[in-house]
Write a protein that binds this ligand. Structure first.
Ligand SMILES: *[C@@H]1O[C@H](CO)[C@@H](O)[C@H](O)[C@H]1NC(C)=O
Ligand SMILES: *[C@@H]1O[C@H](CO)[C@@H](O)[C@H](O)[C@H]1NC(C)=O
Ligand SMILES: *[C@@H]1O[C@H](CO)[C@@H](O)[C@H](O)[C@H]1NC(C)=O
Ligand SMILES: *[C@@H]1O[C@H](CO)[C@@H](O)[C@H](O)[C@H]1NC(C)=O
Length: 389
């Protein structure tokens, strides 16, 4: 399989006549480097989870009484909250003296080490999904932040799968609901039965894609140092191709070309994708396919063994009692208005709801959009301030 891709890739390279794009500094710096560049302070921690993973946690120190935890989306990392530099959310929060904590959950470039397992050699390293992220990674990180700051509660801003896993936590470890002042859910993802093409097709084809991906890339998907990522970088870092690559991304997220300019595109590629497990993405697809917010489906025999029933149990959203503010957008093909409405009806404690007024606002604009600091941050600051008790 790899050979076919390599062959196509070389043909494309030979046919291409135009200039390579350059990697700007902000594409290469890590979260830590970007924080030093834009706010001149940062700390890094490796948080050890009960299941043996080390999760890199970045901290931009501010007022300890106002900790805010940032939780990234699927295939993504902490970097999405800072790669817009001066107009990024992490920098804006830090400048307003919030105590900013940006976590990474297991499997991405910052969370690829384990006490005993080797990510490159042991299949078992990749045996996790949003279930383990929600039941283990997020609560462990929350306890770490509360311990370091000496606080009883913190605020959380989750994006995309960062919200999904937060709801898993609220449902399975209900004591954590009381540790959260407010959860601001950007592009909330829970139900996935009303996604739009291409996402809806990907969900339909997921059982086949899952098998194909196992053969092509194994158990890690979109790994930061992987061959597939290197090929994407090589292909897309050309003046005449960046639009093709951006359009491919837009076909999944919804298009909003004005918001991702050519100069910024290499910064996106420098940080995304950051890697995850195939099982994690497949779990999301199963939720879409089954129309149920449910545990991972292992198939009949293993479900009987693990859950003592033929189908996986649903996560109980009525247990997710934390204060939640939903921020949604009309042109988001992954977190659609219809699915967020289903979520809103099921959550017991939605305290605020914002629909982004720009009808082109899409799934990635929440974190990467050029003017998001002008259109969305005001809601975040208003909400953090209102629920800061
Ligand atoms: C970011 O903003 C700071 C403070 O306004 C300014 O000093 C700095 O030059 C800006 N950096 C960049 C790269 O724009
Ligand atoms: C990727 O490769 C670089 C250079 O060899 C290395 O420093 C870095 O730790 C690697 N990152 C991951 C996530 O494997
Ligand atoms: C993966 O983990 C689950 C429990 O989290 C376990 O039931 C299952 O056997 C594991 N699968 C493999 C292939 O090790
Ligand atoms: C943080 O945890 C350590 C070790 O468990 C404990 O000794 C310390 O009291 C905790 N600090 C706070 C502020 O809870």
């Amino acid at each position: 399989m790899h050979r076919i891709f390599l062959g196509l890739f070389f043909i494309a390279q030979v046919l291409s006549q135009t200039r390579n794009l350059e990697w700007p500094e902000d594409a290469i710096l890590t979260f830590g480097g970007l924080a030093m560049k834009y706010v001149q302070r940062v700390e890094e921690f490796d948080v050890l989870t009960p299941d043996g993973y080390f999760l890199k946690l970045f901290h931009i120190p501010g007022d300890r009484r106002r900790p805010v935890l940032l939780i990234h989306g699927a295939l993504d990392s902490s970097d999405s909250f800072i790669m817009r530099g001066n107009t990024s959310l992490a920098v804006a929060l830090a400048r307003d003296n919030y105590d900013v904590w940006a976590m990474n959950y297991k499997g991405n470039r910052y969370a690829r080490t384990h006490v005993t397992l080797d990510a490159d050699a042991d299949k078992e390293f990749w045996n996790f999904s949003l279930h383990e992220i929600g039941t283990i990674d997020i609560p462990t990180t929350i306890d770490f932040v509360l311990n370091r700051t000496g606080q009883r509660k913190l605020s959380v801003i989750g994006f995309s799968e960062g919200t999904t896993a937060s709801y898993v936590m609220g449902a399975t470890r209900p004591e954590y609901n009381d540790k959260i002042k407010l959860h601001i859910s950007l592009a909330p993802v829970c139900f996935l039965q009303n996604t739009k093409p291409l996402m809806s097709y990907i969900i339909q084809l997921a059982p086949i894609l899952n098998i194909a991906l196992e053969a092509i890339t194994g158990n890690e998907i979109g790994g930061y140092n992987s061959t597939s990522k290197a090929l994407i970088n090589q292909f897309c870092m050309k003046e005449d191709r960046y639009k093709v690559c951006l359009d491919a991304l837009f076909s999944v997220t919804g298009a909003n070309a004005k918001e991702i300019e050519m100069e910024f595109f290499p910064v996106v590629l420098g940080h995304f994708p950051a890697g995850s497990s195939r099982k994690n993405l497949y779990h999301l697809a199963q939720i879409g396919e089954s129309k149920k917010f449910q545990n991972y489906d292992y198939g009949l025999a293993q479900n009987m063994r693990k859950y003592k029933r033929p189908t996986p149990p649903e996560y109980d959203l009525s247990q997710v009692t934390m204060n939640i503010a939903l921020i949604v957008a009309n042109n988001d093909k992954i977190s659609t208005i219809k699915d967020t409405e289903l979520l809103r009806q099921r959550l017991p404690n939605v305290v605020d709801y914002v629909m982004m007024p720009n009808s082109a606002f899409n799934h990635i604009d929440y974190v990467w959009g050029r003017s998001t600091h002008k259109t969305m941050f005001q809601h975040i600051f208003r909400l953090l301030n209102k629920y800061n008790y």
